[in-house]
Design a protein around this ligand. Structure first.
Ligand code: ASP
Length: 289
């Protein structure tokens, strides 16, 4: 079993999504696909929440932009009218909820951590729902049912033993393509929506890969892999073919924004390789960790 995670940039446009569809289509099934929110959506959701709590009606503009962004992707990627209608019905319900929550924040002028976590969770809810209709043989799973968090010093951290148990229960018998929203989770005790932190979809994928003893964790992004330096600054920078887990952690801690650093730990403990790949250049081998 393979776990593949696709980031927001890979899912930013219909061309990008079609590339992702082809990459998944080339895989032997079963396969688990973890997705981020579409490009820029998490940022926009946080901005909308900020405007709403400051009684600034600009949150409505952001809401409309987000809705249009998702509807445009649906129009451009799905041919079947039936599938499209059904998807619109489902996604409209999610947008309705989001609108009501933002309006509540606007009216009350209060944005708790709980409300903010709920608002930001819609990015991955939208993207996973859309992708589940685009990818043949796909089944959508709700990661809030099996990625559980607990609170440590005011921060949500994953409850690994509980999540492992629940991941196995939900995903072990996947037959075809499981689509899983990354990043989002629920708190173990209150069952509130939480998340694994900005960039946390990589972490979701790694936790799932470790729980299911996957053969490999593939992180699909928009660069060819880890590089020797920032190519925007050093022109002669090149892709590193292989790294140890420790070297990958060091590079990440020194600012290589290729993967979310905590991602390395769950798979490291199981000795599961990570392969960083570029969805816009799938013929490149990427970096193997
Ligand atoms: N959508 C979330 C973020 O932008 C999580 C992720 O993309 O990994 O931080």
């Amino acid at each position: 079993m393979k776990v593949m995670k696709f980031g927001g940039v890979s899912l930013g446009t219909s061309e990008g999504i079609n590339k992702v569809k082809n990459i998944i289509g080339d895989e032997a099934q079963p396969v688990i696909i973890v997705v981020s929110a579409l490009y820029g959506v998490t940022e926009q959701l946080l901005q909308a929440a900020d405007y709403a709590v400051s009684a600034n009606k600009k949150y409505e503009l952001i809401f409309d932009t987000l809705q249009n962004q998702h509807y445009k992707i649906i129009e451009e990627t799905i041919d079947s009218q039936d599938v499209k209608l059904n998807l619109y019905e489902e996604i409209q319900l999610l947008f309705e909820d989001l609108k009501n929550i933002l309006r509540g924040v606007y009216l009350i002028g209060d944005l708790s951590q709980k409300s903010s976590d709920k608002i930001v969770s819609y990015g991955e809810k939208f993207s996973s729902l859309i992708l589940s209709k685009i990818i043949p043989n796909a089944q959508l799973y709700d990661s809030t049912e099996f990625i559980k968090t607990t609170k440590q010093f005011n921060k949500h951290i994953p409850d690994i033993p509980l999540s492992n148990k629940l991941i196995k229960e939900h995903l072990q018998n996947t037959r075809n393509v499981a689509i899983v929203p990354g990043f989002i989770a629920t708190s173990r005790d209150e069952d509130d929506i939480t998340n694994l932190g900005r960039g946390g979809s990589d972490y979701t994928a790694s936790i799932i890969a470790a729980a299911l003893d996957a053969s490999v964790l593939e992180i699909w992004t928009d660069v060819d892999g880890f590089m020797t330096a920032d190519p925007k600054i050093i022109q002669s920078a090149y892709v590193i073919e292989e790294l140890s887990y420790i070297e990958a952690i060091e590079l990440s801690n020194f600012g290589a924004k290729v993967i979310y650093p905590p991602t390395i730990f769950p798979v490291y403990h199981k000795n599961i390789p990570i392969r960083v790949r570029n969805s816009f250049n799938p013929s490149s081998k990427g970096t193997l960790i």
